[in-house]
Ligand binder design. Structure first.
Ligand code: SAH
Ligand code: SF4
Ligand code: F3S
Length: 475
């Protein structure tokens, strides 16, 4: 049958490969008009999930045959993969949209697409329709894989905004092309969504209900990555410790890790994020007896006050968190524990912040992301009566920040003089002739070396600690 009249396949991903072929033809037609290649740029906001989604978007764009353009404002097709975790994430997107619109393109109308978490928010989409009508395509977090189909629709209806947002999805579409940012390391989704409904957080609303990928699909993907030269994988999920729920086969996250360890060629395994309420002894055991699982655990505390933790719906107390973190430090002595802390949650007093400081003091975090609470639409915390004024929150924030910097500096310094394995990631911006990489603990080290080392794991002596990174020498 003539390709033009082929029936559109019903099942994904075949349907998407059909649209990739169609989008390719449309691209070729446009390129013939101007006699130059059509270019794209993907701008990513937010977390590792979005970074991984952007690799999938890039994979589809490359499969269509677009050429990558490093400068956002020069590209013919720009995608913003958005985040909405805090209000400032939204503001960044509006700011960049305005800036981009002010910059005229060379010889062709620029196509702008918006996707990601912010687009799952009805009010954000309404605002874009009203104030940024030049946007061409809007889609959400559940249909990243449909990019080629959406591009075809946008070509067909040139002056209409193509909007495709799904409220939730149980479907996990496998085997969509993706283009990795680094050849030697990769994120791997093991689950999507979140069921925890922490009262401040928008993620369960924008990413939908928790769904685990089948272990066979995860392992197949990792085996393929290893064959492509990947040495380090980062298993991704909002709460990896609850991996496996709802799957046909009864499997825990610790058991999945053991299977990932067996994949030949994979030398390092990381994961993000661990909710303290679900971290099992089995996981601690598997981590401590493994030489592939990295010595780093990101264990978000959010607050050290039991009263605030309860209002946040975190489902652990200050004492339970402390007991867990100290047990991990005892069983895995060289581990780095990092965390997330929110300051200024409704009802938080200086005494509550004292409790947070006490936990920092006792756990001695190797690093922490500290955030001022940001009100998110339709979350339970939005409606809590005792919202904390910004200036008060800022004062408490400063106390917390200086404490975490103190412990992070101290913990980093403890490695001085040791020799550790480093996965070399890139040319260093520290000095000419240097490269940089990461320790198992995730600390960055810069050392003299040439770019041929990128992607290799080498031994480096950690000579001098510069607060949060090292200058070392290869040995
Ligand atoms: N799933 C992860 C967190 C993902 S969001 C977990 O539960 O550990 C990353 C971090 O953003 C959170 O840990 C929290 O510290 C912060 N965050 C989430 N919502 C926020 C809000 N409304 N205001 C400020 N910080 C927030
Ligand atoms: Fe948000 Fe809590 Fe889910 Fe993390 S566990 S994504 S903070 S609701
Ligand atoms: Fe942001 Fe969505 Fe991640 S809201 S933090 S990009 S899950």
């Amino acid at each position: 049958m003539d390709k033009e009249f082929r029936i559109i396949p019903e099942n994904e991903p075949e349907r998407q490969y059909y649209f990739i072929e169609l989008a390719k033809k449309l691209r070729e037609e446009k390129e013939n008009e101007t006699g130059r290649p059509l270019t794209y740029h993907v701008t990513t906001f937010g977390c590792q999930m979005n970074a991984r989604d952007s690799e999938k978007l890039t994979g589809i764009l490359e499969a269509i045959g677009y050429t990558c353009e490093e400068k956002e404002e020069e590209a013919d097709f720009v995608i913003f993969n958005t985040c909405t975790i805090r209000d400032n994430a939204d503001q960044k997107v509006y700011g960049r949209l305005g800036y981009l619109h002010g910059k005229k393109n060379r010889d062709r109308k620029r196509v702008i697409a918006l996707c990601g978490c912010m687009m799952q928010e009805k009010s954000a989409v309404e605002k874009i329709k009203k104030s940024y009508p030049f946007v061409n395509i809007i889609f959400g977090t559940h249909n990243i894989y449909k990019l080629a189909e959406l591009i075809c629709s946008a070509c067909q209806f040139e002056d209409t905004m193509v909007i495709d947002i799904q409220d939730g999805s149980n479907e996990i579409v496998e085997d969509i092309p993706s283009l990795r940012k680094y050849p030697f390391k990769s994120g791997v989704n093991i689950m999507f969504g979140c069921n925890n409904f922490c009262t401040y957080c928008i993620v369960p609303y924008v990413r939908g209900r928790e769904r685990s990928r089948e272990p066979e699909a995860v392992i197949r993907e990792i085996e393929k990555l290893a064959r492509d030269g990947v040495k380090e994988v980062m298993l991704l999920g909002q709460n990896v410790n609850s991996y496996g729920k709802g799957l046909l086969r009864n499997i825990s996250f610790a058991e999945l890790l053991k299977e990932v360890e067996k994949v030949p060629g994979i030398e390092r395994i990381r994961f993000m994020t661990s909710h303290p309420k679900d971290l099992s002894d089995e996981l601690i055991e598997v981590m401590s007896s493994s030489d592939k699982i990295c010595r780093h655990l990101h264990l978000p505390l959010q607050s050290g006050s039991t009263r605030i933790l309860e209002r946040m719906n975190r489902r652990y107390t200050k004492e339970q968190y402390l007991e867990l973190a100290l047990k991990i430090r005892e069983k895995i002595p060289d581990i780095a524990i990092t965390t997330d802390i929110i300051i200024g949650f409704p009802g938080e007093t200086a005494e509550d912040v004292d409790d947070t400081l006490d936990v920092i003091e006792k756990v001695r975090f190797d690093g922490a992301f500290t955030f001022i609470y940001s009100k998110r639409k339709n979350t339970p915390a939005e409606k809590m009566p005792d919202q904390v004024p910004r200036d008060l929150a800022q004062q408490q924030f400063d106390r917390v920040l200086s404490k975490v910097q103190e412990t992070a500096r101290e913990m980093a310094g403890k490695r001085t003089g040791k020799t550790e394995k480093v996965l070399v990631e890139e040319k260093s911006d520290h000095s000419e002739g240097f490269v940089s990489g990461r320790l198992s603990s995730n600390l960055v080290v810069h050392f003299r070396g040439d770019e041929s080392l990128i992607g290799q794991i080498v031994n480096v002596r950690l000579d001098s600690c510069k607060n949060f990174y090292y200058i070392g020498e290869r040995v």
